[in-house]
Design a protein around this ligand. Structure first.
Ligand code: SF4
Length: 449
């Protein structure tokens, strides 16, 4: 078995985990995989002080830090009793003496399943009837599945370091998940976590193999894993590949080596994808986030070439670096690494882009990058579906015809209806999502305002 990709000095385990045999075995396996790790037990009463002592309430983009320590694992249990969770969260928030923020709800066992729909300050969505494409951020409404929060990959532009909450009661989770799937026949694909890289604790955690087997038994629903990891041996050994889709975030060698230092390299991610494809899983790539470094054009050609020559992806998508303004960009990424012209354009557009979901790079820079990737892909593969992801409606107006899609028809890495081998969606994803129900059968959001 390959060694773990990070070794934390200590880990915290919720007291109740030790009382559940399956969960306790997970905790013991993880502890055994990290030589020398100190195992501490916590409760809802002690967590608020631990958060302050550990500094988990003041996260930062990891590229802004001189030294990035490995995240400290926090093992807990998902719960499905809203009242009990709310009482514990209130107790923890009342006891918390810090002045930052921490996901106490998640730590208390909330948030296993979250209904996501794009909602921004300018385009808020408050009811299921309001669900429609957000002009600032086109992304599909859907239930998203969570395991926790945090990641050991140390990507410079990401702030999910410090702690790594992961819940370990997979059997209970799958039971409730079966209810959620039954209530939402419209949702065909299920993204398993967008705030942690779930491959990084496998196979010791042993959550993905049971989930893969569960999805295979459904026949028509698909698990989507989104990763930058090359740690796939546990997935292959699960021997249940048919209903699993893996979407790799793929970047060129300089970006993966310098800005994503603990994640897989460009080459190792593609090799992992090849192995998964050979084992029967569906493979997709997201060129995301594309950081316009000095050599981005050549590295785009190299990466597209390697990915398309070694594997046959189901679809491809593209997103430039987003979620920050131009000042934060150079705080977390060394300026001497960045393409000077694109950086200058971001600085010139600072006022226009500073509150935008798609900033720091202005439209023209982003479109130029997407068109370069699209050409590189089409030179090598005339047919594979290619889309833009989490982009503006305006970008869709400029590029939709060349991509061959509209916001309602594109197939992407993790959208709710994007089953394998599909070239276009045949139902409208915003209409489909109006039927979203919780695992208990209640509307996922209020139906009327
Ligand atoms: S792989 Fe994703 S979650 Fe992990 S550090 Fe990088 S950006 Fe953050």
């Amino acid at each position: 078995m390959p060694p773990p990709i990070f070794t934390p000095p200590r880990m915290y385990v919720l007291k109740d985990v030790w009382e559940r045999p399956q969960a306790a075995r997970c905790a013991e396996r993880l502890a055994a995989s990290w030589p020398g790790v100190e195992v501490r037990t916590f409760t809802c009463d002690t967590l608020p002080d631990i958060v302050v002592e550990e500094g988990w309430d003041h996260g930062a983009k990891m590229g802004t830090m001189v030294h990035v320590p490995p995240p400290i694992p926090v093992l807990g249990l998902f719960r499905f009793d809203r009242d009990a969770i709310a009482a514990d969260v209130k107790r923890m928030r009342d006891a918390y003496k810090g002045n930052g923020s921490f996901p106490f709800g998640l730590a208390a066992g909330d948030g296993a399943f979250v209904f996501f729909c794009s909602s921004t300050r300018n385009f808020p969505v408050k009811t299921l009837n309001d669900v429609k494409p957000c002009p600032e951020h086109v992304c599909r409404p859907q239930w998203r599945l969570h395991q926790g929060r945090g990641c050991p990959h140390q990507c410079a532009y990401c702030s999910l370091g410090g702690f790594l909450i992961t819940h370990v009661n997979t059997e209970d989770y799958i039971e409730r998940l079966a209810d959620l799937l039954a209530q939402n026949p419209w949702q065909k694909t299920w993204l398993y976590d967008d705030v942690m890289d779930v491959l990084t604790l496998e196979p010791e955690l042993d959550t993905l193999a049971p989930l893969m087997r569960f999805f295979e038994r459904t026949h028509d629903r698909y698990l989507i894993l989104h990763t930058k990891s090359d740690r796939v041996h546990g997935l292959i050994e699960a021997s249940a590949p048919r209903n699993t889709i893996i979407a790799w975030s793929l970047s060129g060698p300089t970006q993966s080596g310098r800005l994503e230092p603990v994640a897989g390299t460009t080459e190792s991610r593609i090799e992992a994808a090849r192995q998964c494809q050979q084992a029967g899983m569906t493979v997709r790539y997201k060129f995301k986030p594309i950081v316009p470094i000095k050599t981005w054009r050549e590295e785009a050609e190299y990466t597209v070439d390697l990915a398309l020559s070694r594997t046959k992806p189901d679809n491809l998508s593209m997103t430039t670096l987003m979620w920050m303004d131009s000042a934060e960009l150079t705080r977390c990424i060394p300026e001497d690494l960045l393409d000077a012209e694109s950086l200058q354009a971001a600085r010139d557009a600072h006022e226009e882009m500073k509150d935008s979901r798609v900033g720091p790079y202005p439209h023209a820079v982003r479109e130029q990058i997407y068109r370069h990737y699209l050409r590189a892909i089409r030179d090598r593969d005339a047919d594979v579906p290619v889309t833009i992801s989490t982009e503006s409606l305006d970008m869709w107006k400029h590029m939709g015809r060349d991509l061959g899609f509209t916001p309602a028809t594109y197939v992407c890495g993790c959208g709710a209806g994007a089953t394998p081998n599909l070239f276009k969606l045949d139902t409208n994803p915003w209409q489909d999502a109006k039927a979203a129900r919780t695992w208990k059968g209640e509307p996922a959001m209020p139906e009327e305002g």
